[in-house]
Design a binder for this molecule. Structure first.
Ligand code: C2E
Ligand code: MG
Ligand code: MG
Length: 545
């Protein structure tokens, strides 16, 4: 086991085995114990004759004469080198990220805990960065995961190049990194953050044959002790600050502030209330008329969700829909909106003798749901045709998970359900793509309509969108029409439908019904149109909200 022959070692001092890996104090302690207790056992790193270091589990017993004098020492040992190697590997795997060799989340937490203790003793400032790469998913999606991995390795090296040896750079998972900066001053925090942002904004050359690739990073910064006194709160707050940096436009750093915590608490409270809102009947579906531009008749409506919070009053849909999407509540809420809508379509059909098609906004999350066939089935149950419903989706959805979405949209088409692209012009806006997905309507975003009368470019764009959509057999709904001037231009461009405050805001179902009754009494269907001198506001008899 040691590589020596008996003759080479007989009579020699066991020191010939020493590897130099233990300090003098280690042997002193060992001898002290051995002489006190006549026994010692433990791990020892020795050297073999061929020079290799060997780990031994060793048991030394002291044998004495009957009068107490030392007779001899007997040492028994086994070679545990292999076991130690495995242990080290397991340790490494448990503590290091295999791709970048950086400490992983586990070791990062240990280090942070240690640094917190050190900082508590020394009173020196400690800072923690949370980094998230911006749009890393795009790199993975376009160049493949291998290139994505290469980029992450390069990112690790670049971050390391910006910090000191005493700092810890860790990979927390995916494209998330963290940096622990002990003994730091406020000025240097910013210098280092800027340096990292700058280094990561330089080009990455991942493939000789391809153009260089660029990314950016968003950094959230917290300081100990002012932003949190334990690991959990520091990490949570660094995450909130990072999120804020993303919101503010990415490629930047952001310090944690108390107001962020308040915002986060507020969000949590509101999400909690939203959970109850359905049960407590606080949600309501309002219907905003969509008019045929030539006849001026309300022939469709958009279902828009309203939430009246018992204490806070009306909550803006942009706020609570986002919360519903983040929390997954949108699935349940979306189903409810659909059920409400078809119930009224059915009621209106009975009341007015024709079907008012209702547009329902469908969040991308709802496309991932499994019970996909339920909407057409529900329509069938009520004896309603598929085109009683118009599903509004956003352009971005067509890019994400395209095959699943395409399947779903084709299913809709087969059942006669119509599909609109909402807020058209704010996303990627490819008309040829729309044809491929068999889209029936484009809803031109409000921002273009509000610029119609004073922005030449927007006017040209709207005109062109309408002309091209018609060539592709797609109909146009103009959103957010507020003035007669806008209406005139839209008529001129050949727009098909209009929706906006000029005609009516979204209304509770009963008030919407009244509008239809009014319309029926004022003008038999097919007789009244929006002409240059007719006031459509009169024609539907509405007050603006
Ligand atoms: P959206 O689908 O683009 O809906 C149109 C928004 O424009 C509505 O805002 C509507 O009230 C507003 N609007 C209509 N005409 C005018 C106008 O002339 N001027 C102005 N300034 N605004 C006008 P709302 O109701 O606040 O809804 C905001 C967004 O929330 C909706 O935008 C939609 O994306 C989302 N949303 C509403 N209800 C639902 C729902 O049931 N499910 C889902 N997933 N999203 C919904
Ligand atoms: Mg909509
Ligand atoms: Mg819209």
């Amino acid at each position: 086991m040691t590589g020596y022959e008996l003759a080479e070692v007989a009579g020699k001092d066991p020191r010939i085995f020493q590897s130099g890996r233990h300090k003098k104090a280690f042997y002193q302690k060992m001898w002290q114990r051995l002489l006190e207790e006549d026994h010692w056992q433990g791990e020892l790193w020795d050297r073999r004759k061929d020079g290799k270091i060997q780990a031994k589990w060793i048991n030394i017993t002291l044998i004495r004469h009957s009068d107490g004098r030392i007779y001899c020492y007997v040492a028994q040992f086994s070679d545990i080198t292999e076991k130690k190697r495995k242990d080290e590997l397991i340790m490494a795997q448990a503590n290091y990220d295999l791709l970048t060799n950086l400490p992983n989340r586990n070791l990062f937490k240990n280090r942070l805990e240690q640094e917190i203790k050190k900082s508590q003793r020394s009173g020196l400032l400690l800072s923690l960065f949370f980094l998230d790469l911006d749009h890393f998913k795009d790199v993975n999606d376009t160049l493949g995961h291998d290139k994505g991995d290469e980029l992450l390795k390069e990112v690790a090296l670049r971050i390391l190049s910006c910090v000191r040896g005493t700092d810890t750079v860790a990979r927390l998972g995916g494209d998330e990194f963290a940096v622990i900066l002990p003994d730091i001053n406020k000025l240097r925090i910013e210098t280092i953050a800027l340096h990292i942002i700058q280094e990561l904004s330089k080009s990455f050359n991942l493939d000789q044959n391809q153009a260089d690739c660029y990314i950016s990073t968003s950094i959230g910064i917290v300081r100990f002790p002012e932003d949190g006194t334990d690991i959990e709160s520091l990490m949570k707050h660094a995450d909130q600050a990072m999120y804020k940096a993303k919101l503010e436009g990415r490629g930047r750093f952001c310090y944690f502030t108390r107001s962020m915590q308040q915002e986060a608490n507020e969000k949590m409270a509101l999400t909690h209330d939203l959970r109850q809102a359905l049960v407590r009947n606080e949600l309501q579906v309002y219907y905003q008329p969509i008019l045929e531009i030539t006849s001026g008749h309300i022939i469709k409506a958009e279902a828009l969700l309203r939430w009246e919070h018992p204490q806070r009053g009306m909550i803006n849909p942009d706020i609570f829909i986002a919360l519903a999407e983040e929390s997954g509540l949108i699935l349940e809420i979306g189903e409810w909106v659909f059920k409400q809508s078809i119930a009224f379509i059915d009621q209106w059909r009975k009341q007015f003798g024709y079907i008012i098609q209702v547009s329902v906004n469908k969040s991308p999350l709802q496309f991932k749901q499994i019970n996909k066939l339920l909407w057409p089935e529900r329509l069938t149950q009520l004896g309603l045709p598929g085109n009683s419903i118009n599903v509004e989706i956003t352009e971005g959805l067509l890019l994400k998970d395209a095959p699943i979405v395409k399947d779903r949209l084709l299913e809709f088409r087969n059942k006669g359900i119509e599909v609109s692209i909402d807020d058209f012009g704010t996303g990627f806006s490819s008309l040829s793509y729309l044809k491929e997905f068999d889209i029936d309507y484009i809803k031109i975003d409000r921002s273009f309509i509000s610029n119609l009368t004073h922005n030449e470019t927007d006017r040209t764009l709207v005109e062109a969108i309408i002309a091209m959509a018609h060539k592709l057999d797609i109909r146009i709904i103009a959103e957010g029409v507020e003035t007669k001037e806008q209406q005139e231009l839209l008529i001129h461009f050949g727009c098909d439908y209009v929706q906006g405050f000029l005609y009516s805001p979204a209304l509770p179902a009963e008030e919407f019904s009244k509008l239809i009754i009014q319309q029926q009494s004022q003008a038999p269907v097919g007789h009244k149109g929006i002409s240059k001198n007719s006031s459509s506001q009169e024609s539907v008899g509405l007050k603006r909200s």
